[in-house]
Design a protein around this ligand. Sequence first.
Ligand code: GBH
Length: 485
Amino acid sequence: VSEPHEVEELPLPPDFFWGAATAAYQIEGGASQDGKGKSIWDTFSHLEPSRTNGENGDVACDHYNRMSEDVDLMASYGVDVYRLSIAWSRVIPLGGRNDPVNEDGISFYNRLIDCLLARNIEPIITLYHWDAPQELYNRYGAFLNTAEFKADFEQFARLCFSRFGDRVKKWVTYNEPYIISIFGHHSGVLAPGHSAATGHDTRTEPWRVGHTIVISHAAVVKIYATEFQPVQNGSITIVLNGHFYEPWDANSEEHKSAAQRRLEFYIGWFADPVFLGKDYPSQMRARLGPRLPEFSTEEMRLLRETAPINAYYGMNHYSTKFARALSDPPAEDDCTGNVEEVATNNEGKMLGPVSGMSWLRVAPDGFRKLLNWVWDRYHLPIVITENGCPCPGESQMTLEESVNDTFRIRYFGLYLDAISRAIYEDGIIVQGYCAWSFMDNFEWSAGYGARYGITHVEYDTLVRTPKKSAYYLKQSFNERRKKRD
Ligand code: GBH
């Protein structure tokens, strides 16, 4: 555990690509415009009492109506790629495989894709960034019914590949299955908000949801590989998030294995089946017992068959925490392998400076260690699909203060240096980087207070103003990529 260094502007490969990321519900608005159906986030953000700081994504950044202005702005930052997601309920309002397609929704994404390509920006498109059509929960519990959900997700994916795949070459099935499973169906902090308090079975729901995600991901990979890839020549993968975990006591085997176990419960849960075509990690089997679904012979065959098709490991990463083994018996709905996440270690030390979010500390060494952990276990090229932070106090700042975002610039600089070290000192293949986020947006349960953008958004007027970090990234990538060949 060491303090952050100074930014060194270390080199990156000349063909390293960079860009910025967003997600549909967080920026689009137009919640019921042009035939869009309701997603679980439309429902969740309108619950009383509010679970989203009294705010919702009805208007958000109004990107739905300001799309070409936004693409012009990102072009001015010099991005190579733009990572976005498709709102399922915009293209199939009810979501099901036999439900009507909304051509106005299709047309919005067609215009967006064309707009990007006209400015030489390559789209990376995520099919699912948390906004399931509400109707799929009403009908059969969505992710809680593997067979039904898989069939509906396959049809949605087919629609996207067939309508957009002539121009879109980089596909992602799911964003952050851990968050969908645990935050959606255990703590209930995110939609659909299932928790013990709402009477849901938190012993089993998260693992059933995770199982559906793994299987439907593999099924869609197979569909892409057999029906589309031969003609369209694109790639497909999944995006996983995860903190790095340092042991709470660096000299104790118990806490060292707790840190390893925490990584397996967070990342191995999805990455072992998806990228290795293997069962869930053995620690999960041992500790969760019958709570964890089994893979059928047929499902295992699908996983083994599709594992090598995934093009790279899509990594969303923000920060590092300490992992502390608990000595009490685990809760009956334990989901961590009986490991507690803490901000302070046994010597009272904290990891790096805190950002505008209490859980997000600047810890670039942990990032480099996570890159090594993922590389050693999965042997796959890595793309950083999200990384960023809000500045301390940014939620209360004036426009002038927010755009002068030196804390964010330093965070980016240190995390990019960590990538350089991983590439040139550790021999890891990292191919690209997306900053989270292209613009300030609806930060889920935190509402509009948490500003992650490299572009400031004034929510009253919807005026966009570049922050200094946008120009820092432009210049830094240009210089870093010239330092080696
Ligand atoms: C990503 O999620 C999302 O993909 C993106 O939409 C979001 O806007 C962005 O990050 C910023 O948050 O219990 O200590 O982990 C990251 C996953 C889940 C990380 C909730 C923070 C809460 C604190 N996030 N988590 S903690």
